[in-house]
Design a protein around this ligand. Structure first.
Ligand SMILES: C[S@@+](CC[C@H](N)C(=O)[O-])C[C@H]1O[C@@H](n2cnc3c(N)ncnc32)[C@H](O)[C@@H]1O
Ligand code: SF4
Length: 421
């Protein structure tokens, strides 16, 4: 990986469809399980949105997201796939701020007919169901067409354990308000909590499936370093569920939601036919995306076919105080070589039901990069063991392999040389 700190960026391959990720780094409170770049504290909304808009301009002028190879300031032409407001809790933003960002992004290229605009929301952002409904109506007018609500669970005790500041009734009322406005609504839920029973989890899944939600993200609780849960588990305050129980919850989720008409298109994501999250699919399939806002990551394809990784400074205050233009100060960029790019693509696409398209990766990054990245005998061995299935162009996890994703990745990705400092 070549580290680049200079604003002089290598030439990009233009015309690639582009997704845009905007990070909002503040929440009302920090949840004890969460290691996202989220901070409890007073948002500096106006200054932050000004900074986002400034960064779009700077990035465009630096050719990062311009539309044509010959004209670094051309703004028309590059197809825009999606815009995703993630966090943190972007539902704490004023709808007018969201509208300003949507307008600025629309200037970066040509929005595709099914341009998807998603906002992540937390039920604690609303004072009443009427307030939630008003916010969703305003978002819809601003151009948002999909919302994702972090309800996390449908049991007040479980929500208390997760440190959530809303109860089940608040969660369901927020979903009602969202579904009254949007056809495309996702709910985030978490399983594998200590003491959670299979019956309780099945009831939650049936309740949500019965509401005809377009999309469900069901995450297994993970204990992340530097979270409050990590310290609690380390000092023995409670014990996470064992891997057999985790696998059981995973299999129940997979089979129950499939029986209710949902497609399990990614390890933690389920959708009604045609309702997959276009933004995430684009990224998991190796598409270009610009990441803007504190801690945001991006990936952009260079003219030689390799990729540029971008990362913005994480602390919101550092992001706000950084001198502009941003590329030398808040943007860290690194050029991924072809082998790293293949590994990254496999890391993402193995999570998908469609799996890894080895032929496409070889064509895009070369046969030798693929061979250096992937231990092909290990792939054959895991196929023989029933953890991977063959696909016409590559391979995918089998039903037995899905709960063992991390182990499979460890086996099939070759260790890469550590870059010299
Ligand atoms: C950025 S948050 C979503 C929006 C909003 N901040 C909220 O929490 O309601 C993304 C989602 O990641 C999931 N998540 C975060 N940390 C997790 C962990 N350690 N284990 C499992 N799921 C986690 C939660 O379901 C959360 O809704
Ligand atoms: S789970 Fe959501 S609300 Fe909780 S700290 Fe993380 S980003 Fe914020």
């Amino acid at each position: 990986m070549t580290q680049l700190y200079s604003p002089a960026l290598p030439a990009l391959r233009m015309g690639e469809p582009l997704a845009v990720y905007v990070h909002w780094p503040w929440c009302k409170a920090k949840c004890p399980y969460c290691d996202f770049n989220s901070h409890a504290g007073q948002p500096h909304e106006e200054a932050y949105v000004d900074a986002l808009l400034n960064d779009f301009t700077e990035l465009r002028e630096a050719s990062l997201i311009s539309a044509s190879e010959n004209d670094s300031t051309a703004v028309l032409g590059r197809p825009l796939v999606s815009l995703f407001f993630g966090g943190g809790t972007p539902s704490l933003m004023h709808w007018k701020s969201i509208a300003r960002v949507i307008e600025a992004v629309a200037d970066l290229g040509t929005a595709q007919a099914d341009f998807e605009v998603t906002v992540e929301c937390n039920p604690t952002s609303f004072e009443s169901p009427a307030d939630a409904k008003r916010f969703f109506d305003e978002l819809s007018v601003a151009g948002v067409n999909r919302v994702s609500i972090g309800i996390q669970g449908l049991n007040d005790e479980a929500l208390g354990f997760l440190g959530r500041e809303h109860n089940v009734a608040d969660a369901l009322r927020t979903l009602d308000a969202a579904q009254a406005v949007f056809k495309r609504v996702n709910a985030d839920v978490i399983y594998g909590l200590p003491g959670q029973t299979p019956v309780e989890w099945e009831t939650l899944l049936r309740t949500l499936a019965g509401r005809e939600l377009a999309h469900l993200s069901a995450y297994q609780l993970t204990i992340e370093p530097q979270t409050a849960f990590y310290s609690q588990v380390k000092r023995g305050a409670w014990t996470p569920v064992d891997s057999d129980t985790e696998a059981h919850f995973f299999e129940t989720t997979h089979s129950l939601l499939q029986a209710c008409g949902y497609e399990n298109y990614e390890i933690s994501n389920f959708c009604r036919p045609g309702e997959a999250c276009r933004h995430n699919l684009h990224i998991w399939n190796g598409g270009d995306y610009a990441g803007v806002g504190a801690g945001a990551h991006g990936r952009l394809t260079l003219r030689d076919g390799t990729r540029l990784a971008t990362r913005v400074v994480r602390q919101p205050e550092a992001y706000l105080c950084a001198p502009r233009p941003p590329l030398g100060s808040i943007y860290h960029t690194a050029k991924l070589d072809a082998t790293e790019s293949v590994q990254e693509a496999i890391f993402a696409s193995l999570r998908l039901a469609t799996g890894v398209d080895s032929d496409r990766l070889k064509k895009r990054f070369s046969d030798s990069a693929y061979e250096a990245a992937v231990d092909e005998p290990a792939v054959a061995f895991l196929m023989a063991k029933g953890l991977l299935n063959t696909r016409p162009q590559g391979f995918a996890l089998s039903t037995a392999g899905w709960p063992l994703l991390d182990l499979v990745l460890q086996q099939i990705l070759r260790p890469l040389p550590v870059p010299q400092a």
